[in-house]
Ligand binder design. Sequence first.
Ligand SMILES: Cc1cc2nc3c(=O)[nH]c(=O)nc-3n(C[C@H](O)[C@H](O)[C@H](O)COP(=O)(O)OP(=O)(O)OC[C@H]3O[C@@H](n4cnc5c(N)ncnc54)[C@H](O)[C@@H]3O)c2cc1C
Length: 397
Amino acid sequence: MPAKIVVLGGSFGGLTAAFELKRLLGAKAEVTVVSDDDRFVFMPSLPWLIMGWRKPEDITLGLGGILGPKGINFVHEAAREVNAEASKVITTGNKELPYDFLVISTGPQLSFSEIPGLGPDQGHTDCTFTLAQAVKTGQAWRRILENPGPLVLGSSQMVSCFGPSYELAFEMDAELRRLKMRHKVPIIYLTSEPYLGHMGVGGLGLSKRFIEDEFAERDIKPLVSQAIEEVTPGEIKLKDGTKVPFKLAMIAPPFKGVPAVAPLGNPRGFLPVDKNYRHTKHKNIFAVGVAIVIAPPEATPVPTGVPKTGFMTIKMAKVAAATISAEIAGATPPDTGELGVICLMDMGDTAAYMQAYPLLPPRQSSYLKKAVWAKWMKLGFEKYFLWKMRHGLSGLP
Ligand SMILES: Cc1cc2nc3c(=O)[nH]c(=O)nc-3n(C[C@H](O)[C@H](O)[C@H](O)COP(=O)(O)OP(=O)(O)OC[C@H]3O[C@@H](n4cnc5c(N)ncnc54)[C@H](O)[C@@H]3O)c2cc1C
């Protein structure tokens, strides 16, 4: 009997785990991906979509079309509950999916409701973290080009993904300069990070000085170590009483674990795992990507979270798949080593390459370089990754 493996989530972690499990186990495993979205969205390109440089169809793939040819089942439903004692997933359509192993890669719940007035649906701010949000933010950005006014972008408290806000600050600055209208649009970068370039990981090499210098040169005004009290139309009120007016505000909300898996997690619903991404309590459950707990390297005055980037998520998914495969084969689980990170940050007219090993300080090595070749790498990576996913491959990185 093939082992039943259920994978929750059809994005970086879920797809990589599913492809890798099928590659390693072939007919020894029946792999089923469950996702509430029937598309894979290449999220690193959402800032480019906002800028009008990409269309949704350029950066999305239908999941049925890529999973089927690999012999992987696809259930287009949300998981409603995981019954860890009975080893089964219950979907919103009331399907019961029993598993021998479960891999959870359900990403974050974007918790707008924790801050009154935050968010694109019930609040007054825009966001960049889903395709639908990015499409809406792109429309708001084009309205700014027609009718300029102050921009505020950044992250609220409890965020654990800072890169896209930095990218958009640089991209919007570059585009406004190209259109000769930068002087009509003040840009504020508002963040819970204790200093610029912290990014939830205590900085990456020279990132503090680097971002400070770049923002000074580009006249992007930073407001660091800030928590948001509430948002009203056209104004963000900070916990210290400061009021920040805006015409367009793109603010990342607090992150939580998604409700279906949150009961297996810490108080914010993130899942505790060991170095092979196995749940610390439920031995046949693995979790990867944004869904897991990584303790921050230091306490910050305003709480921030550690980012789990796409690069990291892919590594985690491969370790989880290799560990499951080894267990099924009765072999020793792989030695995982430390998690490092590579990041390509778009800056509009150029980009920055950042690398750190391990992820959190103190580190063995780190490297940061601003260069046009980093922009080419970023462009090439998008094409490579979408090609790889379209063909059901889990290869590098
Ligand atoms: C705008 C933006 C830009 C980024 N840029 C970069 C970058 O340049 N480089 C980089 O390395 N990383 C980047 N990242 C981070 C990267 O996208 C994430 O690390 C990665 O998407 C995490 O993958 P994941 O599988 O953990 O979760 P997600 O990508 O969040 O996917 C979660 C999946 O689970 C599904 N799901 C959720 N709840 C359920 C449920 N109950 N049942 C079934 N399915 C469910 C969702 O539909 C989705 O398919 C960026 C992120 C954003 C938002």
